[in-house]
Design a protein around this ligand. Structure first.
Ligand SMILES: Cc1cc2nc3c(=O)[nH]c(=O)nc-3n(C[C@H](O)[C@H](O)[C@H](O)COP(=O)(O)OP(=O)(O)OC[C@H]3O[C@@H](n4cnc5c(N)ncnc54)[C@H](O)[C@@H]3O)c2cc1C
Length: 156
């Protein structure tokens, strides 16, 4: 029989959402980064173009920020210092970062970013689901907004 409390099950779901977002984004970054070193256009690997490097670094920044956000929220949950506002803000931000970052990876890979053979198109579709399940991005933002302002914008 399951003896876990509803709260601990919710926390578990929460951790899973964080994991999914950061793992998906990291995986998409790895694939895009590998791809753009191999793919040549104008006789050069596309990784040598400044615009491609700018996108790659933007994704890397999102990976780093999402990882640190998750680390911080996990530590606060361990110390019982987190609240719904912190958790909702982190969930909203990580799902947004994953969605934006995976879209950039797809863009870096050009046409091959939208076919199934290279993995990033699947991550792109998965990012859409993560943006919505366990409360949409909007609702998580509104929970954080309620905590920040003391005003409930969800249900007036
Ligand atoms: C892959 C996947 C797996 C899922 N797994 C589960 C699961 O295991 N268990 C479970 O219970 N559910 C699950 N869901 C359902 C998920 O939690 C809901 O889809 C989600 O909460 C949105 O609810 P809804 O689809 O009814 O949209 P709605 O509530 O109709 O929302 C539609 C839009 O309106 C916005 N909106 C709604 N109310 C407000 C408001 N007051 N202010 C501003 N904007 C608002 C929403 O943010 C959204 O953009 C899953 C969904 C997906 C995609």
């Amino acid at each position: 029989m399951c003896r876990r409390s509803y709260g601990s099950i919710l926390a578990c779901y929460c951790n899973k959402t964080f994991d999914c977002n950061v793992n998906m984004l990291t995986g998409a970054y790895d694939r895009a980064s590998h791809y753009c070193r191999k793919r040549t256009q104008f006789n050069r690997p596309i990784a040598s173009f400044q615009l491609v490097q700018e996108r790659l670094v933007r994704v890397l920044g999102l990976v780093q920020a999402a990882f640190l956000t998750i680390l911080h929220i996990a530590q606060s949950m361990d110390m019982n210092t987190s609240n719904m506002g912190h958790i909702a803000l982190s969930k909203a931000w990580c799902s947004r970062a994953a969605r934006d970052g995976v879209a950039l990876c797809r863009e870096i890979m050009g046409g091959n970013g939208i076919v199934m053979d290279f993995g990033v198109a699947k991550a792109f579709a998965d990012a859409e689901a993560l943006y919505t399940y366990e409360g949409t991005y909007d609702i998580n933002v509104l929970i954080a907004g309620r905590k920040a302002t003391g005003i409930n914008a969800i249900d007036n």
